[in-house]
Design a protein around this ligand. Structure first.
Ligand SMILES: *Cc1c(COP(=O)(O)O)cnc(C)c1O
Ligand code: SF4
Length: 335
């Protein structure tokens, strides 16, 4: 096989996939052989937060099943337009933790860089669906954030987030890492990304070389919610990355109709482990406007977690957590 890099002018496979996303609800419904009766609501909801799905991910969805748990995460639906009390545009009050544009600092020792507003997929439950990316990314881009980090020796971990940092090209990531590498007190590099779940080819050799550089202790936190999202291709790459010394973790969001069944969560943990990934967090949904139909009650979440603990080895049980604005860490409901 000819490695992608040698194709010269041609874009890497993952970038081609990212340039060829499904954005039209009618196309998604047609590809999955689904009834178009839901189309008007789907179109209306997509005006609020656009539909965006890679084709490789659509291959994982069962045709003709309107309740497929993967479909539910990506298809815009009219329920998003219903107003729910307690659900707002900025549930985490992130606006209060932004010392300079593009940087969030909430927790001791760690700072989160919003390096892009783009994502490879739009997850309908996303708490950043109303995030004011423009105000974070405009103007001088990363410079102010880098200057802030350089002046804060108490910060030893930088978290690349977004949006999704792995939508950036390897060259752009390299530029950012080169700049961060100049800041001596930064030791841990963490990347939060859902892209490898929807486009596993994003975990390419070039990126692995960048992230396994001896300068960093690198942690890649994936975001898979359902065992079927952990494709064979992701398993192969996960194992390879684990062997290369990258710590691989996963965070999920507990979502009604997606992964709120014991068997699903057990299978997810097991499948992640097959890919060399350990479960880290199982988040209770952030109360963002448009996502109320995904909520799982706390008592149900706690019961599920208890059953999970009784079913799996401790290292395959994620911490059930919630983000409470103003707290010094994420709030663990059950560990
Ligand atoms: C979630 C989050 C972190 C990381 O928290 P961990 O508990 O270390 O995973 C850091 N900064 C911000 C702003 C966060 O939202
Ligand atoms: S990839 Fe992450 S940030 Fe992007 S829409 Fe999905 S949950 Fe939100």
């Amino acid at each position: 096989m000819i490695p992608q890099e040698s194709a010269g002018w041609e874009l890497p496979d993952w970038q081609r996939q990212q340039a060829d996303l499904i954005t039209d609800p009618a196309e998604l419904l047609a590809l999955l052989e689904l009834d178009a009766a839901e189309l008007p609501g789907s179109l209306a909801a997509a005006q609020d937060f656009p539909l965006r799905v890679p084709r490789r991910y659509v291959d994982l969805i069962e045709k003709g099943n309107p309740r497929d748990p993967l479909l539910r995460q990506v298809l815009s639906v009219s329920a998003e337009l219903e107003v729910a009390p307690g659900y707002g545009p900025d549930p985490l009050e992130e606006g209060d933790h932004t010392p300079v544009p593009g940087l969030l600092h909430k927790y001791q020792g760690r700072a989160l860089l919003v390096v892009t507003g783009a994502c490879a997929v739009h997850c309908r439950y996303c708490f950043r669906r109303h995030f004011p990316y423009q105000s974070h990314l405009s103007g001088k881009r990363w410079e102010q954030a880098l200057a802030w980090l350089a002046a804060r020796p108490d910060i030893n971990e930088v978290i690349l987030s977004g949006g999704d940092p792995l939508t950036l090209t390897n060259r752009r990531i390299q530029q950012l890492l080169d700049a961060l590498a100049e800041i001596p007190h930064l030791r841990r590099l963490r990347i939060h990304s859902r892209t490898p779940v929807v486009i596993p080819e994003r975990l390419d050799e070039e990126l692995l070389a960048l992230l396994s550089a001896p300068r960093w202790r690198t942690v890649l936190v994936l975001h898979a919610n359902h065992p079927r999202e952990v494709s064979d291709s992701l398993v192969d790459r996960g194992r390879q990355w684990q062997r290369a010394g990258i710590t691989l973790l996963n965070q999920s969001v507990l979502l009604a109709g997606v992964n709120d069944q014991l068997e699903t969560l057990v299978a997810l943990s097991d499948r992640l482990h097959e890919a060399g990934v350990l479960p880290y967090y199982l988040h209770q949904l952030d109360r963002v406007a448009g996502a109320a139909h995904f909520a799982v009650q706390d008592e149900d979440a706690l019961a599920l977690h208890k059953a999970l603990r009784a079913s799996l080895p401790g290292f395959l049980v994620p911490r059930l957590s919630r983000e409470v604005p103003g707290e010094p860490a994420k709030t663990v409901l059950a560990g």
